[in-house]
Design a protein around this ligand. Structure first.
Ligand SMILES: Cc1cc2nc3c(=O)[nH]c(=O)nc-3n(C[C@H](O)[C@H](O)[C@H](O)COP(=O)(O)O)c2cc1C
Length: 202
């Protein structure tokens, strides 16, 4: 079946994260954000695509900071309340009934009840006609203890990452299934050595 090219994300499951920011005047803002990706490994960079008219974008530009909150399926009911337009003066934590998780290295608070938090600072904003790509550096990365297994992999049963695909109705929410299959990075290299292995040692 052929789909229209703009429907690419509908068949490409995306994480439903929440970006929390604070305005210049100290107003807390939250918005769901799915167009996010890490930039290669083992870098500490994250890329978030933003439409031009977003309080989030304004706040990130004004303060140079944001928190990328990784949510589980239990926060699915917070997606629409935080996605709906609300004026920049509205406190969206209050509006959506979200609890704050204090941040450590940025002013913007995180969201309690998520399974991981990335406290980020803006490195660069790449502006195009219709969107801005926000390149952030992860300054602090925290994951809930119960969401990590002893081998360091995400415990999908505990985290239940909130994801979405598209559907004729719009957004279709889902989560992930574990295949219990792993491979070391070194398997990609002909000599069986991962040149970046040292970076992953504690
Ligand atoms: C699941 C979901 C994912 C979204 N992802 C993005 C995104 O990646 N980039 C974006 O600009 N808007 C995205 N939006 C739209 C914003 O969340 C929405 O416009 C929100 O009101 C923006 O809030 P703000 O003006 O407080 O920043 C998404 C909405 C939903 C429901």
């Amino acid at each position: 079946m052929l789909l229209k090219p703009f429907m690419r994300e509908g068949i490409m499951p995306l994480p439903v994260t929440f970006i929390s920011t604070i305005s210049r005047d100290g107003v807390r803002n939250v918005a769901p954000w799915s167009c996010v990706m890490p930039v290669l490994r083992p870098l500490d960079l994250i890329l978030a695509a933003s439409a031009l008219k977003r309080d989030t974008l304004q706040n990130v530009r004004d303060t140079g900071q944001f928190v990328l909150n990784l949510a589980g399926t239990d926060l699915a009911d917070k997606v629409i309340p935080t996605a709906r337009y609300s004026p920049p003066v509205a406190d969206e934590f209050e509006l959506a009934g979200l609890e704050e998780k204090p941040s450590h290295v940025v002013r913007a608070p995180g969201i309690a009840g998520c399974y991981a938090w990335m406290e980020c600072k803006l490195v660069k904003a790449y502006e195009e006609d219709r969107f801005v790509l926000l390149l952030g550096r992860v300054l602090r990365l925290e994951v809930r203890d119960d969401a990590l297994r002893s081998d360091g992999s995400l415990d999908l049963a505990a985290a239940r990452p909130l994801m979405m695909t598209g559907s004729r109705q719009g957004m279709h929410f889902c989560t992930l299934e574990d295949l219990d299959a792993s491979e070391p990075f070194s398997a990609m290299f002909p000599d069986g050595r991962d040149p970046l292995a040292g970076r992953y040692q504690e």
